[in-house]
Design a protein around this ligand. Sequence first.
Ligand SMILES: Cc1cc2nc3c(=O)[nH]c(=O)nc-3n(C[C@H](O)[C@H](O)[C@H](O)COP(=O)(O)OP(=O)(O)OC[C@H]3O[C@@H](n4cnc5c(N)ncnc54)[C@H](O)[C@@H]3O)c2cc1C
Length: 601
Amino acid sequence: MVERLNKEPDIRENEAFENWGGTVQTTLDHLLYAPKTVEEVQKFVESAKAADKSVRCNGFCHSWSSIFGDNQQYQISLLTKKLIKSRLTFQDCLDKAAKLKKTELNQIEVVGKDEATGKGLIRLGAATLNAQFLNWTNQQLSSGVEELWALPLNVIMIEITFAGSNAPICHGAGINTQTLSDLVYELEYIDCNGKLQKFKADSDSSKLLMQSASGCFGLLGVVTHLTLKADPMTYAHFTTFKEDILEAVPYPSDYDSQINGSQLPREVKKAYSKMSLQDKQQAFAKFAQRCEESYYSEFFWFPFQSKSYVLAWKNDANKSDAVGNHLSSKLSEIGSAAIQAIMTTAQNLIPKDKRQKLEVLTAKVFGTLAMAQLKTYDTSVQLMEALHFRRGIQNFEVLDMEVEIPLPKLANGSIDWSIAHKAWWDVIMRVYEIKKKDNRAPMKVALEMRVVGLSEVTLSPFRVNQCDSQSDIGAFCSIEVLTIGANHCTYESKDEYLKEWETFCQDIFERWCKYRDYNGNIIYPRPHFAKQWEFLKYVHPETKVSQDIKTYLKNTVLKERIPQFRNDLEEIAKQSNPPFSFEDMKKRFHNQTLSEFLFSE
Ligand SMILES: Cc1cc2nc3c(=O)[nH]c(=O)nc-3n(C[C@H](O)[C@H](O)[C@H](O)COP(=O)(O)OP(=O)(O)OC[C@H]3O[C@@H](n4cnc5c(N)ncnc54)[C@H](O)[C@@H]3O)c2cc1C
């Protein structure tokens, strides 16, 4: 039964919920859509408490993992159902964002400046979309405001909300960037008793506690506002390239003995055999330079393509060259939407029993179209335009596993980029192996790799932890594999489609867990918690003992961080005004996945 209880606020009972990627489906006991005031949120939390239910939230529902509300619990959707289900083009989304009704929960205001660091303090309503922030920065620019602010990083999509991307510790790209949760200066949230709390990182001790409070998956309470530390506006010299795969990300020399026996295309093997030592060294040096000297570096490979798409740009353009420029989006947007339509329509024309057999062909067609519709750029734009360069992907639902691989330094102090090369080529080689052996293509959309710097957020996968202490970690290789969303699969069975995908992810994850630093110490990769990770197993590269991923995270990667996280939240609960109980907080804001991951021994 779906029933609208009253007109204002919009609370529905027994409301079906599905995330964007189609990986989470629940029925919520009560779901509050698009609250407009802090008071509405408070009342909803109070009613959840009275009903003894937990309360989780959703933004644009772009997370894939089970970090939403469990069945028959309460949930707050920061946005209307209509907006979440909309599939707008980039420009339409910006236009829509500009017209969204201004509420307490989607305000943007500059509330101060930290004179010591030169950072601007921007207070954002939890429901504020990246699209609204991008519009705001462009308005500030065009209206001649003197002090202009930009975020040093952001997730790529403009549809995502700030509360939604902060909670699971999202990131952008660039060796000197951290995560969005590292930028949080103040959190305003509704606690387990329905009280409005404010927590500010304005002293040494509160700065440390903020490391746990910011990226806490919504466990502290329902965030109503976040104040982020912004940088003075800068301008990107936005450059992208299409390059031969051997040039974009070098083939690892450690794998030289494998290349002839691999299933890589003959042309790739031939091209590699023709590369002199000097050519190889040049490719290595170019890759390292791009990752170390660019403000932003990212690499894409689409299935079975001979070229990669590379973003490597500096943030050093002149304002006068950048103002008023926007990255043209039409081509890629039409491309994204059209490709999905072509892929599903074409597959639907093929008899069901033949579809899987033809998937290599469809993945190749996808790869070719994807590469063709990507433009190369050499232009200047304001920073936020550049950070949201990829357009139209909201309209193309995908599955996605992302893993952050620590990159240790070598004896000479430079980062060991060969680990990123191995992670990249291990995927490409596996894709060709599966094609050869089974005539299948489980990764139908893309391989994507970014470089990210070290984070200070307690549960961040980009934080250097005790398990990493044998190696000197200099950066992280953030690498992900994507395929077409399960709701668009044209296999006879969705379960079979998911099983094939998860088997592929597991295989790749095991390969990524085998790397060592130059001293032979094991490196410990960890997943992006908003993406797909719960089905993974960690297989120890020496003992071959297999553990489920939560056990691996609890006992190895986050061994000392999870207790620290709990202690910090407990301390915040005690220090709050009025104080609240840590146990009540857990009860009110947990879900099953987060309890197993963070609150069970
Ligand atoms: C195409 C695509 C591209 C992406 N690119 C990137 C990228 O570049 N970098 C990256 O790191 N991630 C990326 N992601 C992942 C994405 O940033 C995260 O899934 C993010 O959480 C989505 O934000 P959302 O508004 O959809 O939040 P949702 O997915 O709806 O919610 C995420 C979490 O936030 C919690 N939450 C939401 N609102 C509140 C609140 N008010 N108070 C407390 N908790 C709250 C929810 O309970 C949930 O646990 C991408 C996802 C997609 C689909």
